[in-house]
Design a protein around this ligand. Structure first.
Ligand SMILES: [Zn+2]
Length: 433
């Protein structure tokens, strides 16, 4: 199902012409209204008049999260503050949060993008959506909420947390769809088991999961346990929130980028040079229609690649491969690059352990030490010590073989690792503490 046939299946040539027109308008507008952008453009001698084709965007400087912080709270807004009808902000565990704003039209655009997202996941008018993304300053809850309402689904605005209540209402209300982080979907599964609910008997059909990187192995795990389709969605508050890109249920292979609203680039994270589509690098977005907070070449820190090949669903938007790591999530252990998702893939393939894990990095005598805590499933834990030791060694060997890092695996009892109600905390890096 496609929400907006006209735009989502626009022939590439027409789409690129639209992108160029919108890009030019956006650049002209930020140059005229946001002193930060004028200064940045002037510094490199760029003027919006110089944009003759889409690829000329490479002459424009990047924007980073730090730029938003430096202009806290409203310094990057491109409209007078009285036209901003909503603000959201990042959780910002340290220092000031990053603040984003929306005009009335931005809110409508955002709802449209999330309507496309839910429709691509098979959610339709009359479905009951349990929206377990956090409501509040975080963009997840309200972003999903407005999109689902736009298509006419019945929204349960339950927000994150209180898992027992979640599964009770899921059963009583007959939720057909759920939106939350993938790690929270696994926590909810455990809560359902504890409450004696047979999840396969629930009318739940599909989960729309995002806000943290997750692997295809994790997808299979969630799909098998819940007996549902698990769909990946992507977004970040600086760009708009959820709704930047989404998987279609037909292919579940790469996330269609809403290219009529966002221009995507892939760059080498070290040099900043644009890379051709198909190569893996850092994803960079430029907003094409946002009014309150346009972002120009925003560096996401997310690593992915762009798939240009047409999709079986009929959409003409390019797809980005599932994000499985961020440049700032990447750990360098004794000189080897490691993403938590690589460990996750190995664990999910291992019988007897649960996809609940934590990676602890420390430096002892100037040497990086990697320890992986993994929960064992109930049935395995009752086994004798020798079986557990063998399991630890198997995982250690697989990590060594596949990633090239020697580590210590420590199995822990079921339900001892902290459960997340939002984004899971996978890594504790004591080297930085
Ligand atoms: Zn598709």
């Amino acid at each position: 199902m496609i929400w907006n046939e006209e735009f989502e299946t626009l022939p590439r040539e027409a789409l690129e012409a639209l992108q160029f027109k919108r890009l030019k308008t956006t650049l002209e507008r930020v140059y005229a209204t946001v002193p930060f952008y004028k200064k940045k453009f002037d510094e490199v001698g760029f003027h919006p008049d110089k944009l003759k084709q889409l690829s000329d965007l490479k002459y424009v400087p990047f924007t980073t999260k730090q730029d938003l912080r430096d202009n806290y709270p409203f310094g990057l807004f491109a409209v007078p503050r009285d036209q901003v009808v909503r603000v959201h902000a990042s959780s910002g565990t340290t220092g000031k949060p990053t603040v984003v704003g929306y005009t009335r039209r931005d809110i409508t655009t955002w709802a449209e993008l999330m309507a496309r997202t839910f429709t691509a996941a098979g959610v339709k008018k009359g479905d009951i959506l349990q929206n377990a993304y956090g409501y509040g300053l975080f963009t997840g809850g309200l972003g999903a909420h407005y999109g689902a309402e736009m298509i006419g689904a019945t929204v349960i605005p339950i927000s994150g947390g209180n898992s027992k209540r979640q599964v009770m209402l899921m059963k009583d209300f007959g939720s057909n769809a759920i939106s939350c982080t993938p790690s929270y979907a696994l926590s909810l599964y455990e809560a359902a088991l504890e409450e004696g609910i047979n999840v396969k008997e629930l009318p739940l059909r599909v989960g729309i999961f995002g806000a943290e990187p997750w692997t295809n192995e994790m997808r299979r795990e969630i799909e098998e346990k819940w007996g549902i389709d698990a769909i990946d969605i992507y977004g970040l508050s600086e760009v708009i929130g959820p709704g930047v890109s989404f998987e279609c249920i037909e292919a579940k292979s790469g996330l269609h980028i809403n290219e009529d609203h966002f221009l995507v680039e892939v760059i080498d994270p070290d040099t900043g040079e644009p890379l051709p589509y198909g190569e893996k690098g850092e994803i960079v977005f430029t907003s094409l229609t946002k009014e309150a907070l346009p972002v120009i070449r925003y560096r996401t820190r997310d690593i992915s690649r762009i798939i240009k090949e047409p999709c079986i669903c009929g959409r003409t938007f390019v797809r980005m491969e599932k994000v499985t790591g961020r440049t700032d999530d990447m750990l360098i252990i004794r000189g080897v690059n490691l993403f938590p998702s690589q460990i996750e893939s190995i664990l999910i393939e291992t019988k007897g352990v649960l996809p609940h894990y934590q990676i602890i990095v420390d430096r002892v005598n100037n040497l990086d030490q990697l320890e992986v805590l993994v929960e064992v499933s109930e049935e395995f834990f009752s086994d004798e010590i020798k079986v557990l030791q063998n399991l630890e060694q198997t995982i250690e060997k697989n990590i060594k073989d596949l990633i090239g890092i020697t580590c210590k695996v420590r199995l822990v009892e079921p339900k001892t690792l902290e459960r997340s109600e939002g984004k899971a905390k996978r890594v504790i890096d004591k080297r930085k503490l």
